[in-house]
Design a protein around this ligand. Structure first.
Ligand SMILES: [Ca+2]
Ligand SMILES: [Ca+2]
Length: 315
């Protein structure tokens, strides 16, 4: 046991370039006997919480009705082993992503691990908040990937909820309805927003002493992935003039980047991008102190690494 602890200490002391023993976040998952799909942010990319399951009619037999079987990484073995959930004819499954979100980025954005001998059709809808839903596409005839551009989804919104509705194509089998093993977001992201007041004094861009703690805990979340583009976006409220707000948000974003670089000890798996918005993109109207405080913020988005997209283009 002591030796094990010593080893752990040693791992933590390794210099930044070896923040991770090896790059391994991005993972390839089998989708059938011959094919696989690569998820650039790996394990976190899957839906991890069941929101609601409304079994269809007729329903599947009982052993195929365990709704938690659609969560986390895929683990389908064969049709006899109930490692998946059958929706039943017209059934609906709603899930949430808790340690990641997803968005429309280049290439396919979602992959539904629909399993079993027959590939049933299903409608996919997505939501930011679990209340308002937008149509995202359809899986049918063995096509299980979703390109959000095809449904006219913008490339800024981060979504956290997904709903699958069986389209009643195959209703008679013992596993009636679409059979879902896992729900993966190819274009997974981790979006973190910090209130600027936590990090900076009014009109200043050097980090407060107390900011370090917040950025340390933020860094821990980022470290769930070992290779990524980290986008840092600074925003202010509307007090003061536009140009100085733009400069302030830029300088603040750079301060955050520099601090993160230091925490990560210049680890080379992360590429940083900084964008300044000043007061141009408030989240709320700047009409109360409370709203202004919410508008003063730094948004950090962890995105799949650049080389993933370069490989997509070269394909
Ligand atoms: Ca997840
Ligand atoms: Ca896309």
């Amino acid at each position: 046991m002591l030796r094990f602890n010593l080893l752990l200490c040693f791992l933590f002391l390794l210099p930044g370039k070896h923040l991770f023993a090896q790059n391994q976040t991005g993972k390839r998952y089998k989708i059938d006997r011959y094919n696989s799909i690569y998820l650039p942010l790996g394990e976190i990319s899957f839906a991890d919480k069941l929101v609601q399951f409304k079994v269809g009619n007729p329903p599947p037999i009982k052993k195929y009705r365990d709704s938690t079987q659609c969560l986390h990484e895929p683990n389908y073995r064969n049709y006899q082993t109930p490692n998946f959930i059958s929706l039943g004819c017209g059934g609906t499954l709603t899930v949430a992503f808790t340690d990641n979100g997803f968005m429309n980025l280049p290439g396919d954005d979602l992959y539904i691990f629909e399993v079993g001998p027959s590939r049933e059709a299903a409608k996919i809808e997505i939501s930011q908040n679990g209340k308002e839903w937008v149509y995202a596409g359809k899986i049918a005839g063995g096509k299980s990937s979703i390109e959000l551009s095809d449904a006219g989804i913008d490339n800024e919104t981060v979504f956290y909820f997904l709903r699958i509705t069986d389209l009643k194509e195959l209703c008679r089998s013992i596993s009636a309805g679409a059979d879902i093993d896992a729900i993966g977001a190819i274009n997974s992201v981790i979006k973190l927003t910090i209130n600027a007041d936590v990090l900076f004094d009014v009109a200043k861009y050097n980090l407060k002493e107390t900011a370090k703690e917040s950025l340390d805990s933020l860094a821990k979340i980022i470290k769930k992935v070992d290779k990524a583009t980290i986008l840092i976006e600074g925003h202010t409220d509307s007090d003061g003039d536009e140009i100085s707000n733009l400069t302030l948000s830029k300088n603040r974003s750079i301060s955050v980047k520099e601090r993160l670089l230091k925490i990560f000890n210049n680890y080379e798996g992360y590429d940083f991008e900084v964008k300044a918005f000043g007061e141009s993109t408030p989240r709320f109207p700047n009409d109360s102190d409370e709203n202004k405080q919410l508008n003063r913020r730094v948004e950090i988005t962890v995105l799949p690494p650049k080389d993933y997209y370069e490989n997509l283009i070269n394909k």
